[in-house]
Design a protein around this ligand. Structure first.
Ligand SMILES: O=P(O)(O)OC[C@H]1O[C@H](OP(=O)(O)OP(=O)(O)O)[C@H](O)[C@@H]1O
Ligand SMILES: Nc1nc2[nH]cnc2c(=O)[nH]1
Length: 179
């Protein structure tokens, strides 16, 4: 285990099993719909790449990066587009893939944006959710794991851009924040 990690919340095997399960459900949902699957960079990139391999349906992938103003552990509610989609969502069945829904403000912004761009349907698959932290009223159609109100890293999720490459989801030691 990485020396900065206090505990592992979700291990590699558990992640793999959940992704197979989500992939089966999404295969049923999107079998003949040719969805546009949108990865929200950067956190969702590992989850997205493993998840799409478990969806047995024709699909397209696109990538979007948004940034919320605030420090590395808090979101402020203001979101801006850092990298926009290449594809049009007009008339498309869209699946947003997120690593985590915390306050829900990023997701609420994305859903509104894609609605304004005339997507036919918008569903959300998030690996993690912290329901007790929601500020925005967002519906997540597919959730991997509900996690407690602790700052988690690994499997795409960072603290100050580090730890994204850990193959598990873990909680950082307090001293890392206080450095
Ligand atoms: O529900 P919220 O409170 O809005 O937080 C969730 C968002 O925060 C994280 O992204 P971040 O802005 O840290 O960027 P990153 O994915 O590049 O790490 C995460 O990937 C979500 O997009
Ligand atoms: N890495 C990380 N990013 C987040 N963004 C919102 N909540 C979290 C979290 O718990 N961990």
């Amino acid at each position: 285990m990485n020396k900065d990690i206090k505990k592992i919340l979700i291990g590699e095997e558990e992640l793999k099993e959940k992704i197979v399960e989500l992939g089966k459900a999404l295969t049923i949902e999107y079998k003949d719909k040719f969805p546009l699957v949108i990865c929200v960079l950067k956190g969702a990139v590992l989850f997205m790449s493993d998840l799409v391999q478990k969806i047995d349906a024709s699909l397209e992938m696109d990538f979007m990066a948004v940034s919320s103003y605030g420090d590395s552990t808090k979101t402020s509610g203001q979101v801006r587009i850092v990298k926009d989609l290449e594809k049009s969502v007009d008339g498309r069945e869209v699946l947003i893939v997120e690593d985590i829904v915390d306050s829900g403000l990023t997701l609420a912004y994305l859903i509104k944006l894609l609605q304004e761009r005339n997507a036919k349907s918008i569903k959300v698959c998030s690996l993690l959710e912290k329901p007790e932290r929601h500020i925005a009223d967002v519906k997540i159609d597919y959730v991997g794991f509900v996690v407690p109100d602790e700052f988690v890293v690994g499997y795409g999720l960072d603290y100050a851009e580090r730890y994204r490459n850990l193959p598990y989801i873990g909680v950082l030691k307090e001293e890392i924040y206080n450095d």
